[in-house]
Design a protein around this ligand. Sequence first.
Ligand SMILES: Cc1ncc(C[n+]2csc(CCOP(=O)(O)OP(=O)(O)O)c2C)c(N)n1
Length: 564
Amino acid sequence: MDGLQAAGVEMVFGLPGGMVLDLFAELYHAPFKFVLARHEQGAAHMADGYARATGRTGCCIVTSGPGVTNTVTGLATAYMDGIPMVCITGQVPSAMIGNDAFQEADTTGITRAVTKHNYLVKDVDDIPRIMAEAFHVASTGKPGPVLIDIPKDVQRAKTKAVFNGPVVMRGYNPASKGHPKQIAKLAEALNKAHKPLLYAGGGVIAGDASEELIALARKAGIPVTTTLMGLGAFPETDPLSLRMLGMHGSVAANRAVTACDLLVAVGARFDDRVTGKISEFAPHATIAHIDIDPSTISKSVEVDIPVVGDVKLVLKDLIGQVVRGDRAEWLDQTTAWRQEFSFDYDRKTKELLPQFVIEKVYELTKGEAIITTDVGQHQMWAAHFFKYTKPRSFISSGGLGTMGFGLPAAIGAQFGLPGRTVVSLSGDGSIQMNFQELVVAVEHNLPVKVVILNNGNLGMVRQWQAMFYKNEYSASGLGQTGRAGNEQIEGRPDVYLPDFVKLAEAHGAVGLRATTAGETVKALEKAFATPGPVVVECIVKPDENVYPMVPPGASLMEMIHSMA
Ligand SMILES: Cc1ncc(C[n+]2csc(CCOP(=O)(O)OP(=O)(O)O)c2C)c(N)n1
């Protein structure tokens, strides 16, 4: 508890059990807030959402065995996206480790591949140092989750040990300033380039470097595209923004990547959802890469000008060395692409479209909301139809693609930023994975708004089956939805399964349902005017697809614009 306090922890999420009862006994007297989740996965995502919204390190405490295994998805989600977290787990007494004791799991073994670092504490005297190290490792370099497994006997032991720092760990020395020669080389390349492009990822947000990215782009006159994780790092309302790139990226961004002569990746990792077919990715470009993590350089795409360092510091140095190039032709071209191919949908149809719902959330919140998402089509539409202008306003599981992330992440974000409007945009499939956490929002009277885009399908799975699996909808229908002609619940077209309005009410929240555009606007207005948690279920068109789409394994130029 002293270690948590020394690390400046204000809030811990978790769920108790036999092997952490001693920790919880002390937690009872601790000066920080403890939030009881209803499932350890929920606790981990809450800590993660809190970290993504605030920039501080999230913290959770869970019990041994099933507590740990339930947390694994949360750790993996944070690990893939580089989110700072410290997770403390209870373990069976030291003497029983390896004996298949009750609720024993090989926690360090299981979590090794999904944590940046983990510890099994063997001596109580090590705890103060390990706590300091864990928070240091979680939040420096490329951030990530760190786990501390503490056997019950170690929790019960007494110690007078204190740790007065500083943290010194052999072999762990995250880069800070970039190499001046590499920065000069990159500045020279930028000054010479006719068609440069900045490609910004989540590292810009993690590294608090959004201001510097904006300054660089504006000073030198360079268009910017971001990844899903980078949404908000550069204002999408800026004329230089080409918005998101990749599989469901904008035409402008994907064409610009393919046409540019210098691509500067900033805090991004050339994920396969971004690059498409590697051999045809940015085929005419010199590729530069600014990143704090040396292991990511040339991992999937060969890089010509690597700069390893803190993105904020590197960008600062770079800004001083670039000049505004004469690139009117390139900027005219990218602007024309952006204007010609904006994200859009059928505005004439009478059916309620999911894109419309998100656009309304954007308008009603004046673009100021923090949006969390689950995974699927709604996640991509949330990237298309809400324009992000500030870092930490889009919170989503980009790397692992974890359904069930959105609601608990929204709760964590709302705890961290009580004054903000937080909206969890979800699909009817994803929301069912951690719906139980809604009671936490009710219990703490958090004003989280949950918008469920209910298309009666595991929509993204259905979309792939429609596009690449001969319309054979294997296990992607979710039944429900009260639409006439519902084939899945025979003879009962009026059944909602589950009934999300009743489910919301059963959890103590307000539940609203909308089936038309008019009802949607009314329900959203009511939700934003209602103080506590509200669930708005929108019954949307069941077979709408996300476009544009780059088919898996294809090049970014092979975008599909519609099924027609
Ligand atoms: C935990 C988990 N299981 C399975 C998947 C695979 N998956 C990706 S998208 C998707 C469908 C999501 O459906 P829904 O939440 O209703 O959103 P929609 O695509 O309809 O917007 C599935 C099953 C996943 N991403 N995460």
